[in-house]
Design a protein around this ligand. Structure first.
Ligand SMILES: *Cc1c(COP(=O)(O)O)cnc(C)c1O
Length: 352
């Protein structure tokens, strides 16, 4: 049985959080003289709502999740760091990650002096090796990180495999859904009530187009969210970011349109890339990028750089030999990419 108290660090259980002026008086008032703010209005002279109530209400409506199950952070990277600080004992606990995947889990583990056990995804299909993950779990394992759709491979991870880990593991299973809006699947958010050990991460950075504002989300049990709220910086999401995030949610139809356009571009680009003779494979993607296997990825990468096009060279990453990760751009950018790759293809085929 999963028991949150068994995996929560003692110092966090005992922590008495900082109580800000806005925490102590939450109501409306005409005169606020409690936070040492500058009284002259310039749009940003007041501290932000520490609990982002308005934004959580709107998210709650749209995602079908109660506000007390929502954490909003300075990017989802903040939620990842909070997971380590709440549940991992430095120098003692370990976590499991499944490479090739998002690099931040490992960096956050290292910052918090937490051991990382790597259980590679199955080659080419990039699915979880559930049996090996289960064998890697020991009494100090606190979390398993799963990214779906996975970065950098682009595929969805089997729901059955994730559920099998949620059932079997008495620690936290983190399902990172940064790219879920580009996929054809239901979010794991709908399973929160069923699994007390599930934490779902989402973000405003990708599909919603607010990478520059740093707004990330975690969905979990109210108990886990309370721990995050205790540990987080009091004013972790600034006023402007909260306002703009709310506006984006109010423009839902516009976001949907742009997402649909990116998906159409993805499928078009995939087809065109597959026609190039130096491309060995373009993997199926449910995200806003494509993973491409080339005959000589480093050479292609350098050729693109020389033409001022930057993609992500993933060829040194395990199971991604000769792979490039290409973000779906605007239609004209994707055409430019294809034109340059066509030039590369032509130059390669000239026999001297
Ligand atoms: C981009 C990305 C994020 C988003 O991080 P933010 O801090 O919210 O910008 C999270 N997880 C994965 C797998 C990503 O690729």
């Amino acid at each position: 049985m999963f028991d949150l108290t068994k995996i929560t660090r003692e110092n966090i259980k005992a922590l008495k959080p900082y109580s800000s002026a806005r925490d102590e008086y939450e109501g409306e008032a005409g005169v606020f003289l409690d936070a040492n703010e500058n009284p002259f209005d310039n749009g940003f002279n007041r501290y932000p709502d520490p609990m982002q109530r308005e934004l959580k209400e709107k998210l709650s409506e749209q995602k079908g999740v109660k506000p007390e199950r929502i954490f909003i952070g300075n990017g989802s990277d903040e939620a990842i760091d909070l997971l380590f600080r709440c549940f991992c004992e430095p120098g003692k606990s370990n976590v499991i990650v499944c490479p090739p995947t998002y690099g931040m889990y490992e960096v956050s583990a290292a910052i918090n002096d937490v051991e990382v056990k790597s259980v590679a995804l199955l080659p080419e299909v990039f699915q979880l090796d559930v049996e090996r993950i289960k064998k890697a779990i020991n009494e100090n394992t606190r979390m398993i990180f799963i990214c779906s759709p996975n970065n950098p491979t682009g595929n969805l991870i089997s729901e059955k495999a994730i559920i099998s880990l949620l059932d079997a593991f008495n620690g936290i299973v983190v399902v990172d859904e940064a790219y879920v809006d580009f996929s054809n699947t239901e979010s794991f958010v709908s399973r929160l009530v069923q699994f007390g050990n599930l934490v779902v991460l989402q973000t405003f950075s990708k599909a919603l187009g607010l990478a520059g504002l740093r707004v990330g989300l975690a969905f979990a049990s109210p108990e886990i969210i309370s721990l995050f709220n205790k540990v987080k910086a009091p004013y972790n999401v600034n006023v402007f970011s909260q306002q703009e995030a709310l506006k984006v949610l109010e423009r839902k139809d516009k976001s949907k349109e742009l997402i649909a356009e990116i998906i159409t571009e993805r499928e078009k680009l995939k087809e065109r890339l597959n026609e190039l003779n130096f491309v060995e494979k373009v993997y199926e993607s449910e995200a806003n990028f494509l993973l491409l296997k080339a005959q000589n990825a480093n050479e292609v990468y350098q050729f693109l750089i020389a033409k001022k096009i930057v993609v992500r060279n993933r060829s040194r990453i395990m199971l991604c030999e000769n792979c490039l990760r290409i973000t779906i751009g605007k239609p004209e950018e994707n055409i430019e990419l294809l034109t340059v790759l066509k030039t590369y293809e032509n130059e390669k085929s000239i026999v001297y």
